[in-house]
Design a protein around this ligand. Structure first.
Ligand SMILES: Nc1nc2c(c(=O)[nH]1)N[C@H]1C(S)=C(S)[C@@H](COP(=O)(O)OP(=O)(O)OC[C@H]3O[C@@H](n4cnc5c(N)ncnc54)[C@H](O)[C@@H]3O)O[C@H]1N2
Ligand code: MOO
Length: 324
């Protein structure tokens, strides 16, 4: 690249977008790559702090930032995403539909270790809305060695970096609400409304609810019955320490393959998750049902998107798991 004094650059072609920042106002491209510099641009360029500009010179070992961004896009963009146009060397990745954003963080770290390629991403496993920007890429300007892009290509071989998984709104939810105080009408149930709201956020409305006394065998039998008819079973109440808290044992005895009873997340310490005949079953303690944010709220979009939750997933939630 050749450096040219801006006063001598009239008639020459800009080789990259030039950014203007007005604090609290505008931030964007004032001039675009390819613009031919006119007499009256000189003062504007000087006011943007450009006394000199670069003139592009072809070099087979280097790639221009815009072309590099396009190359990176082709390598890393997954299902359910679209890309913005390249502006000031940067491309944004946008969700094409509401869903669960997945990014392979190990791969992301590898890519960000190459040198001058950066990908900035939202957190893994978060629900996103259609049109939301989930990640962005650029190189550290203005050009990049071809071999760094080749390294990216090698890393991405047969790998998926990021994608938007669809949430299945047709899933049928079975709520088993335990507790003698509710079964015998001493208090009014609040779980249906609270869980309905949490599920409704994702468009899941096919919900049935049954009420059970604190009788282990009866709860177990009901779980077995519901596994044939529903996709996800949510048991509420009786998840902690009282002699009447029989729900965890009732779930275990339903033939459930246990993933966890207990999570390093608050609210949600007494949360239970397992699988019965490939259906997800959860035991939801009071803190989960009646708090806005809990381990359940973090896992729900993943479960609705079909992720299989492992004990490792649960263990890793401790970091950041103090929600309230
Ligand atoms: N000494 C300890 N105390 C508590 C522990 C502990 O480890 N040691 N764990 C705490 C945690 S964490 C939670 S969460 C709570 C609640 O646990 P449970 O899930 O067993 O909740 P319940 O005892 O069944 O109910 C608590 C409370 O909420 C009312 N409730 C329950 N279900 C409904 C419903 N569907 N609608 C309306 N109200 C409902 C229930 O009547 C009780 O008043 O335990 C901590 N304590
Ligand atoms: O299980 Mo409790 O939900 O930690 O609050």
């Amino acid at each position: 690249m050749k450096k040219i004094n801006v006063k001598e650059a009239v008639g020459m072609t800009l080789c990259h977008d030039i950014t203007e920042i007005i604090p609290g106002g505008f931030k964007g491209a004032k001039f675009l790559k390819g613009h031919i510099i006119r007499e009256d641009d000189v003062e504007v360029l000087l006011s943007l702090g450009k006394e000199n500009i670069y003139i592009w010179e072809e070099d087979e070992n280097f790639v221009h930032e815009n072309d590099a961004a396009e190359f990176i896009r082709k390598q890393v963009m997954g299902n359910g995403m679209s890309a913005s146009e390249v502006r000031e060397g940067k491309i944004n990745f946008v969700a094409e539909y509401d869903g669960l954003y997945k990014i392979n963080t190990e791969l992301l770290n590898k890519i960000n270790s190459i040198g001058e390629i950066i990908i900035a991403s939202k957190f893994n496993n978060i629900p996103v809305k259609k049109g939301e920007t989930v990640a962005a890429t650029r190189i550290i300007p203005l050009r990049i060695e071809k071999k760094q892009l080749e390294e990216l290509e090698e890393i991405m071989k047969d790998n998926v970096l990021m994608e938007i998984k669809r949430i299945n709104q047709d899933l049928k939810i079975g709520i088993i609400t335990t507790g003698n105080e509710i079964f015998y009408g001493r208090i009014k149930d609040k779980a249906r409304e609270a869980l309905g709201e949490k599920l409704g956020k994702y468009g899941v409305t096919n919900i049935v609810q049954v009420f059970m006394p604190d009788k282990k065998e009866k709860i177990t039998a009901k779980i077995k019955e519901l596994t044939d008819d529903t996709d996800i079973i949510l048991c509420t109440g009786g998840m902690s320490i009282d002699p009447d808290d029989v729900t965890p044992d009732a779930i275990k005895e339903s033939g459930c393959e246990m993933v966890t009873y207990g999570t390093p997340v608050l609210p949600g310490a007494m949360f239970l998750l397992g699988y019965v005949k490939e259906k997800v079953i959860m035991g939801l303690p009071g803190g989960v049902v009646f708090s806005k944010n809990s381990v359940f709220d973090l896992l729900l979009p993943r479960i609705l998107a079909g992720d299989i939750i492992t004990k490792k997933d649960i263990i890793e939630m401790g970091h950041g798991g103090l929600l309230s």
